[in-house]
Design a protein around this ligand. Sequence first.
Ligand SMILES: CC(C)(COP(=O)(O)OP(=O)(O)OC[C@H]1O[C@@H](n2cnc3c(N)ncnc32)[C@H](O)[C@@H]1OP(=O)(O)O)[C@@H](O)C(=O)NCCC(=O)NCCS
Length: 134
Amino acid sequence: MPETEEPQGELAIRVMPMPADLNGAGDVFGGYVMSQMDIAGSLMAAELAGGRVVTVAVDSMHFVAPVKVGDVLCIYDRAVRRGRTSVTIRIEAWVRRGLIGDREKVTQADFTYVHLDEQGRPAPLPRETEKTSP
Ligand SMILES: CC(C)(COP(=O)(O)OP(=O)(O)OC[C@H]1O[C@@H](n2cnc3c(N)ncnc32)[C@H](O)[C@@H]1OP(=O)(O)O)[C@@H](O)C(=O)NCCC(=O)NCCS
């Protein structure tokens, strides 16, 4: 990872993991990080869709650094693809070591969400506006 790399997108979530979020080795459980990413992405997707969305796909994801107790987990996101009923959000997870220390990238993935109507069927995204364009 180049040292000059900066987080891309909006800061959507800033949270401090708690001991209940740890795995057996004492680091933060990867599923916790993924769930925070999914929460952030679904909020952005719902805003773009103007309604209910579901997660339909997550592209391959690998963790390049651990998250430890005392780190602050920061989730950044941005829309990168807009389909007929679906939108793809690129989501990055970074940590601030020990609350105020160095910033380090943990993982990144593309999450795709589908806009659903009241019957739970895929529904077209609203017409593109400045706010809804990726
Ligand atoms: C989301 C869901 C309604 C889509 O149903 P479907 O029969 O595949 O619907 P469609 O074929 O009309 O596809 C709808 C959109 O999803 C996209 N899509 C479907 N499967 C996909 C996949 N595996 N990867 C990426 N996009 C996918 C399609 O490309 C389409 O997008 P577009 O309209 O922008 O082109 C259905 O798969 C579902 O309910 N999945 C469960 C979602 C869920 O519960 N998530 C939380 C799990 S805990």
